[in-house]
Write a protein that binds this ligand. Structure first.
Ligand code: NAP
Ligand code: COA
Length: 266
């Protein structure tokens, strides 16, 4: 374990923190000394994630709630406040994704992704606001390249994540006077994650995705987590409203429509 930042007594909640990139973020903060809570729909996944972050020896907490269920979310957030006092860093990372042709996608299919990614992020921030550490908290949303790269078979995700980025920017405006910073991270293709399994399910698709990255490799959850820790640290004290790609240059590669993934409908 290498400690490069001091997050002792720093309280973090990662919503959607029970797998993939967000679990990587939760583990990295815990490794650097933070008390870390995680939340997602499955109690089983919450328990397993807590077991993984507990090995670093700091306080842990967690709750099962669907971000579309305001009452469950409110109750769960209160349990984190009870365990930790206040929340210094709130990571809003939950998401849903599947490839589907726009004209074949049902209204409920579109709605479920927008509700999880966008409305769920709004619900989380609105309800967590009262538990944030007054005068020094920060919020990190997890976006995706779909927010600004139009991708076929991703109309629901593109709309949802574009909304997440505008939510980030408006919240930075409104919460700035409270000294609450609000930023977003845009991961590129990250190795071994559910998102990439869904978007690049075959070896050929995986290779196409790799080739579309200027650095010619996948990113790791830890590389996304390092950016999150930077944003949560005093090193980023004057950074708010920023949308930061962690993507090996994907966003500037002129990947264009489709982002080089050449998706097929599922
Ligand atoms: P993942 O492992 O599927 O993580 C999604 C998390 O969200 C899980 O903890 C899931 O747990 C939770 N979740 C899903 N629906 C929820 C709901 N309605 N309420 C509460 N929690 C919910 O995905 P990932 O691939 O690591 O992606 C993580 C984040 O990175 C997402 O925001 C994604 O858009 C973004 N991203 C990923 C990539 C990539 O390469 N994977 C690239 C760009 C951006 P439960 O099932 O228990 O609810
Ligand atoms: N293609 C087309 N439509 C689909 C679909 C697919 N592959 N998967 C789900 N849908 C539709 C369903 O048919 C349903 O619409 P309907 O009622 O008109 O039939 C709607 O989406 C909601 O499905 P449901 O299974 O009830 O959704 P949910 O809200 O329980 O789950 C999902 C949300 C669909 C996003 C699910 O894939 C999920 O839980 N994902 C979380 C993990 C994830 O996506 N990780 C990657 C993050 S980048």
């Amino acid at each position: 374990m290498s400690r490069w930042l001091n997050f002792d007594n720093h309280n973090v909640l990662v919503v959607g923190g029970t797998s993939g990139i967000n679990l990587g973020i939760a583990e990295a903060f815990a490794e650097q000394g933070a008390n870390v809570a995680v939340a997602s729909r499955s109690q089983e996944k919450v328990d397993a994630a807590i077991a993984r972050i507990a090995v670093f020896g700091n306080r842990t907490a967690g709750f099962a709630a669907d971000v579309r269920d305001v009452a469950a979310l409110e109750t769960g957030l209160a349990t984190v406040a009870e365990a930790f006092g206040t929340i210094d860093t709130l990571v809003v990372g939950q998401a849903g994704n599947f490839p589907a042709a726009a004209m074949q996608l049902s209204p409920n299919g579109f709605k479920s992704v927008v509700d999880i990614d966008l409305l769920g992020s709004f619900n989380t921030v609105r309800l967590a606001h009262r538990h944030l550490t007054p005068g020094s908290a920060n919020i990190i949303a997890i976006s995706a390249p779909q927010a600004f790269i139009p991708m076929a078979y991703q109309v629901h995700v593109c709309a949802a994540k574009a909304g997440v980025e505008m939510l980030t920017r408006v919240l930075a405006l409104e919460l700035g006077p409270e000294n609450i910073r609000v930023n977003a991270i845009v991961p590129g293709p990250i190795d071994g994650t559910e998102g990439m399994v869904r978007l690049a399910p075959t070896p050929e698709a995986r290779e196409r995705a790799r080739q579309s990255v200027p650095m010619k490799r996948y990113g790791t959850p830890r590389e996304v987590a390092d950016c999150a820790m930077f944003l949560a640290s005093p090193l980023a004290a004057y950074i708010s409203g920023a949308i930061i790609p962690v993507d090996g240059g994907w966003s500037v590669a002129g990947a264009g429509a489709g982002g080089g993934l050449d998706l097929q409908a599922s």
